[in-house]
Design a protein around this ligand. Sequence first.
Ligand code: KG4
Ligand code: ZN
Length: 354
Amino acid sequence: MAVILGIESTCDETAAALVRDGREVLCDVIASQVAEHAQYRGVVPEIASRAHIQNILPVLREASESAGVALSQVDAVAVAHRPGLIGSLLIGLTAAKTLAWVLDKPLIAVDHVHAHLYSVMLHGRGGKEKVMPQFPAVGLVCSGGHTALYRLGSFGEVELIGSTIDDAIGEAYDKVAAILGLGYPGGPVIDRLAAEGDEKAVRFPRSYLGRQSLDFSFSGLKTAVLYHVYGVPGKGQAVPRRDPGLMESPGLSDEELRDVAASFQAACIDVVLEKLKRAARRVGAKSVLVGGGVSANRGLRAALTRLGLEVFLPDRAYCTDNAAMTAGLGYAAFAEGRFADLGLDAITYSQFAR
Ligand code: KG4
Ligand code: ZN
């Protein structure tokens, strides 16, 4: 039996978790910064770094207390060291290195995006064990920072086979929510509105990027929503000069808002399902794993059951950023003795090679 401490600070959540044998989440403490960033309708890196500094020690203390496990009793410290915002990454990484050094524990380097895929294996304290997916599998991470398709030979053998060429899908949700004056983050509120709207009300474009492509593009869809709401430039109604994301509300009725949300979501889901089918054919996949913040979306989760493939989704608690997935994937490295040294670097989004 091994208990791994996971630490996550790649973007705007400061999180620490203790996970037993890569499966059972003993505690999963997350300090969210949504309130600090909401007025800017997106993450402000400098604010995020400062909040991580304030949150990291209280979060670690709370994790240890709520699990009833002293940090000195853990078997290893796993940290998400890539990809992310540099100032944010450095706080979690420094805390992890310090703990590993002071407590004389092995340090484990975890890729945040790969960890999102591992989250399908996590269950709560005393919960039912998750079934191990069959490999090779297709993995899709759909979050605020990523829309990426992978071929998985195992959880540790991950090959990128497709990604977004512009906006990530969660970013599109957040920007469309801003266009509609719905606040930040946009995913959960669009999810809620879409459930009550008519997805056929507006036929927004689906971008498939050619018949074979496994890449994604969401910026055209986002612009189509903008034009639908504010009018097409040069065709009578002018798009407002100000950034529409900074406007309070486009003046749509509640019914129109629900219909636009549902129609936008339907376009996203169509594209995701088509790309998953293509990827599964290409890889000869025995199963499909989906993780990341957008995998919490109820419309997408329902649609995935119609894919005709065996689909593995995380419990909703483990879809958005958390440290349990870091500890979980860290356990796989622990079991194989793959440890990092104290010189481990933080790797940002822009340094991140495809
Ligand atoms: O995985 P995550 O917490 O952070 C990144 O690694 O990016 O994902 C955050 C993203 C945000 O864009 C948020 O709007 C989206 O996930 N999201 C959702 C839902 N919950 C969160 N998108 C659609 N439906 C949801 N229910
Ligand atoms: Zn994430």
